[in-house]
Write a protein that binds this ligand. Sequence first.
Ligand code: F6P
Length: 322
Amino acid sequence: MSEKARIAVLTSGGDAPGMNAAIRSVVRNALAQGAETVAIRHGYEGLIDGDFTTMEVSSVGGILDRGGTFIGTSRSERMFTDEGLDRCVEQLAAHGVTGLVVIGGDGTYRAAEKLDERGVRIIGVPGTIDNDLAATDTTIGFDTAQNTICDATSKVRDTASSHERTFIIEVMGRECGMLALYSGLAAGADVILVPEVPWQLEDICASVAQGVTRGKKHTIIVVAEGAAHAFGLAEELSRACGHEVRSVVLGHIQRGGSPSAFDRTLASRMGAAAVDALLDGESGKAVCLQNADMALETFAVCYSHSHEMKRHIYDLAMVLAR
Ligand code: F6P
């Protein structure tokens, strides 16, 4: 870049633990390379409205271990209008921004692609608990969310075991079963329901019955929100199995909390890689983790194929649940 580099960063879509670590890395790596940095508050909404703040090294102090995103986020409908996109281009030019880092999930990448088409130099960083983006082995926030789900599942198991009950635990992930699958495996769930694998009520009843026969005191069913809703499924299962089934929806608890060491490290690496990519003249791509290294892939590759369901992991979880 021949002009003085001025790098902006925003977070968009659902927040994820580790986003702060990524912002910190963007800001400090850019400053270390002589660029100026600005944060844009409230995601793309703040970009459209011109909500920019200059960042210094100290602006990102004390945030590494904090969940959420300290610069705010939003889900912006206006980003999918020509007017909104034109406004973004104008705001970036007016604030002298030469490169933009956007941290978020598939919706963030779709909008970023439109900005790239309008000549904005832009790089994505995958921040979502869903881990539903292709081309990256994992996304920032996924590891922490799994830990949160495991912790909650252990607590539910204590009471399930005491009362000899069946519990359904609903986890997030939209149409993607990655979060349910991996957290279900790590938490030792007896049944895992994901949108990618068809399931029948009778099979769940059979699993519950099998557990009872071999003396299990509880059954834990982890269900992805895209596969079924816990309350309705609990009613159906109660009727089908002939005993009461309880349900827990973990909800937004899964998005909060201090990021795990893994997510902090990943976010620190990815934020820095995004700045390096911009300073190298790259655009229209997202940083990915591939075989332990940083890589770049186009936005379209990242959002158009959701993470392929790892069927062998699902099969392993079911073998271990016996
Ligand atoms: O994309 C992240 C996510 O947490 C999904 O797992 C979930 O379906 C959705 O966001 C919830 O969005 P909101 O916070 O807007 O209700």
